[in-house]
Structure formats: structure tokens, C-alpha cells
Write a protein that binds this ligand. Structure first.
Ligand code: 4NP
Length: 166
């Protein structure tokens, strides 16, 4: 598989996008494809720069066997629009802000993450920050579905490219 550079984006980079980064890293590792990916996450806001993921996000991920404790929040920077092949927004608001900020030529790289979970019944991973533990669990359910859908989609594109001999 050709290298794919994926950036998960939410508001604070302490809840949803760190969980998405952790889940997608695991999905990719399970398929033995770690070396084919660059995976990162970032936030639109600057409030939590340098912080580890929210302890509730860490706990919810740990319950599913995923350790995200080593991550450190950072803010989206202009170079991200060049460095990554796909910038995946956790909700519609994140999507709108990213799209407005992106240089014209990078706009097509920005997608709602839940486009890859068409059966989820929603386009948004709801922000769990101001709620309880169940919000983190629900977010993880959506994220896991989209993470599998994303890998399947990329693998499908790869097959088409290989068939074309590209
Ligand atoms: P996230 O959640 O975007 O999933 O990381 C949030 C974290 C912090 C804030 C908002 C959302 N905040 O307002 O500080």
C-alpha cells in the first residue's frame, strides 16, 4: 500500500481526534499496515496545546485496549494542508472551519470522518467534552465504524490503482 498521510481534526484535540488517532492506529496495525501510514491528530483551538488527552477519553479508549496516554495536543497549522493527504473532520463545524481555512488546492482533502461510516446515521461525532462517560463511549462507537470504513475505502482505491497499473 502506498503511504497515506491522515490527520484527524476536532476542536480541542483532547477528546475525539486523539481517540480517532488511537483507534485508526490500531485498525491499521491489525492489518499489518503500520508502515504504510502517517497518522496524526490536531485541534482547531489552542486551549489545550501540549496536554495529554482528556482522562475520560484515555479511560474509554483503554477499556477497548487502546492506549492514547502518550499523545500531546497540538493546533492545526497551515503546513498540515500540504503535509497530509486527508484531513478528517469530526463534526460539521470542524469541517466548515477547516474548509474555510484551507488553501483552494487542499479543499478536496478535507472530508467529514463519518463519511466513512455511512450506516452510522449521523455526520457528526458529538463533542463529549461537556458530558459524561457515555458520550466518550458513543464517540468511540462512531469512530471505530468510520476507522474500519476508512481503511476499506483506501484499500479499495489502492486495488483500482493497481489494476490500472498506476
Ligand atoms: P474535542 O473536545 O474537540 O473532541 O477535543 C473538546 C475539548 C475541549 C473543548 C471543546 C471540545 N473546549 O472548549 O475546551
Amino acid at each position: 500500500m502506498a503511504p497515506h498521510r491522515i490527520l484527524f481534526v476536532c476542536l480541542g484535540n483532547i477528546c475525539r481526534s486523539p481517540m480517532a488517532e488511537g483507534v485508526f492506529r490500531r485498525v491499521v496495525a491489525e492489518e499489518g499496515l503500520t508502515d504504510s501510514f502517517v497518522i496524526d491528530s490536531a485541534g482547531l483551538g489552542d486551549w489545550h496545546i501540549g496536554q495529554a488527552p482528556d482522562h475520560r477519553a484515555q479511560k474509554a479508549a483503554r477499556t477497548r485496549g487502546i492506549d492514547i496516554s502518550g499523545q500531546s495536543a497540538r493546533q492545526v497549522v497551515d503546513e498540515d494542508f500540504d503535509r497530509f493527504d486527508l484531513l478528517l473532520a469530526m463534526d460539521g463545524s470542524n469541517y466548515d472551519v477547516l474548509k474555510a481555512r484551507a488553501p483552494h488546492e487542499a479543499r478536496a482533502k478535507i472530508r467529514p470522518f463519518l463519511d466513512y461510516a455511512p450506516h452510522a446515521g449521523t455526520k457528526d461525532v458529538p463533542d463529549p467534552f461537556f458530558g459524561g462517560a457515555e458520550g466518550f463511549d458513543h464517540a468511540l462507537d462512531l469512530i471505530e465504524a468510520a476507522a474500519h470504513g476508512l481503511l476499506a475505502s483506501l484499500a479499495g482505491e489502492e486495488k483500482v490503482r493497481a489494476k490500472r497499473g498506476a
